[in-house]
Design a protein around this ligand. Structure first.
Ligand code: ADP
Ligand code: MG
Length: 252
């Protein structure tokens, strides 16, 4: 049958790799079971689509650069009584806050699980089909600074627009330097009421003029960030310290 020779080429040209891989096997089944042609074609298309979805998800997951092994399933809510598990789960599914470009701010001292929680929410958002980027704030600021020096900042910011949510980890570690903080401010302004930011920070707002050199800029940044924001304060004992202490207690 000459179709058997032509079909693989057609599927390749049409960029349908899953149909290319499965047509023969499904064709055999269709003949054996006496499927009508429409059922065979539908089954092939369904396979193609479902593989396309899982490839897209894998690509988006890799592109999000989330730290490994930090999921909601491994986050122990019992040690953070201030956190409402169902509220966190609702946020992790995205919906309203991501669609309307609202923000999520996670505050607390070192070791309390800010990064873990942010990454876990990020992972769920990707699974729900959103585009996410996880980055240390200082890394992104450095990239934006380079772009600014090369007069490319608008383009760099526009490229970040594809992300529904950018997770800025350790916001408080940005150096107090006018150029650095001004690109950060431009990022915040660009995304305001448009695309979400998820920020983890170990400094309370009152100390943000240490991040932004200019007090007016600090106030303007805080204003934009909190205007439409959910704020979590994880004021518990360091999880790291707690697990180390727990281990030594058990060892005694
Ligand atoms: P932070 O970003 O607040 O400094 P991390 O998120 O890095 O803290 O947490 C420190 C370590 O403790 C990480 O390995 C993290 O996975 C773990 N951890 C913190 N809080 C929890 C928690 N509630 N449940 C499970 N693991 C946690
Ligand atoms: Mg952290």
């Amino acid at each position: 049958m000459k179709e058997a020779a032509i079909l693989p080429m057609l599927l390749k040209q049409l960029r349908l790799p899953t149909m290319s891989r499965l047509w023969k096997e499904l064709n055999k089944e269709a003949v054996q079971q006496g499927w009508p042609p429409i059922r065979y074609l539908t089954a092939l298309c369904e396979h193609e689509l479902s593989h396309r979805d899982s490839r897209r998800l894998a690509r988006h997951m890799a592109d999000a650069r989330l730290p490994r092994g930090k999921s909601l399933e491994t986050f122990d809510f019992s040690v953070v009584p201030s956190l409402n598990k169902s509220q966190v789960s609702a946020l992790a599914s995205g919906d309203v806050w991501i669609a309307s470009g609202r923000n999520l701010l996670i505050f607390g001292p070192s070791g309390v699980g800010k990064t873990h929680l942010a990454a876990a929410i990020g992972e769920k958002l990707v699974e729900s089909g959103y585009r996410v980027l996880f980055t240390r704030t200082t890394d992104l600021v450095q990239k934006l600074q380079v772009a600014k020096r090369e007069l490319n900042l608008p383009f760099a910011l526009e490229k970040l627009d594809k992300y529904d949510c950018i997770i800025l980890d350790d916001f408080g570690y940005v150096r107090r330097d006018q150029l650095e903080t001004s690109v950060l401010f431009e990022l915040i302004s660009e995304r305001y009421e448009h695309k979400s930011l998820l920020i983890t920070c170990n400094q309370v707002f009152a100390e943000w003029d240490k991040i932004f050199m200019d007090k007016a800029m600090a106030v303007a940044a805080v204003d934009r960030l909190i205007h439409h924001a959910t704020i979590f304060e994880l004021n518990v004992e360091s999880y790291r310290k707690r697990t180390v202490l727990g281990r030594t207690k058990k060892a005694k």
